[in-house]
Write a protein that binds this ligand. Structure first.
Ligand code: BG6
Ligand code: MG
Length: 222
């Protein structure tokens, strides 16, 4: 049986993935670059800097890749994003997540956060979920962002486990790839066309529960 569950945050625990999209779209528009939901699929799960690099690449403005201008653009996006998330409350926890966290706790399964977001701790506080997380991997401490495995390896370490003893839950392709590279077992939230046909996927977080995770794990043990 798995000993830990490593959670992505944005789009898995709460719908902040939407706010990231809106904030990036607004910043891109200021630069004369148009991004849509389809393009946003590539941004999901990526670090703030990697997201901005992709947007600038799309707008052929790679001269902004470095220096103060780059830092200022990241800061501008984050300030807008922080305004958007001010009003987050426990009512914004995605369906089924709180119940799942309680089930995991009752079964003595350790819970950690493996988010690329530097705003993770603030958001967990706003959702009233900070106490559920035994470990939070700090994205500033890892050399490479998703799809590299680093943040999942660190999250497992934070709760005293190897990634191979854990499941990881993600709504983005870069995140699923990070889980797979870490040796943890992936569970996707979303659609096979976005996340890959070779992994277990639920359409919405409502379908996540301990029994389902046990089923996924047992399949991988065989
Ligand atoms: C990830 C999101 O969780 O965090 C990305 O999926 C986001 O969209 C990334 O860019 C970094 O977040 P933040 O809050 O540090 O800018
Ligand atoms: Mg996500």
């Amino acid at each position: 049986m798995f000993k830990g569950v490593l959670f992505d945050l944005d789009g898995v625990i709460t719908d902040t993935a939407e706010y990231h999209y809106l904030a990036w779209r607004a910043l891109a528009a200021e630069l004369g670059i148009e991004i849509d939901r389809q393009f946003n699929q590539q941004l999901k799960g990526l670090s703030r800097a990697d997201s901005l690099r992709l947007i600038l690449q799309k707008g052929q403005q790679t001269e902004l890749y470095q220096g103060e201008a780059f830092q200022e653009l990241m800061q501008r996006k984050n300030e807008n994003y922080l305004k958007m998330i001010q009003k987050i409350t426990p009512a914004d926890i995605l369906p089924g997540i709180k119940e799942l966290l309680f089930e995991l706790q009752a079964a003595n399964i350790k819970i950690a956060l493996a988010s690329a977001s530097q705003n993770g701790p603030v958001i967990l506080e706003k959702l009233g979920l900070a106490d559920c997380f035994l470990g939070i991997a700090d994205p500033k401490q890892v050399a490479a962002g998703k799809p590299a495995p680093d943040i999942y390896l660190l999250a497992a370490k934070e709760i005293g486990l190897n990634a191979q003893e854990c499941l990881g839950i993600e709504d983005a392709l870069a995140g699923i790839q990070a889980i797979q590279a870490s040796g943890a077992v992936p569970v996707g939230v979303g659609q096979a066309q976005d996340l890959g046909a070779d992994i277990d996927i639920v359409e919405t977080t409502k379908d996540l529960n301990l029994a389902y995770l046990q089923e996924v794990w047992q399949k991988c043990e065989k």
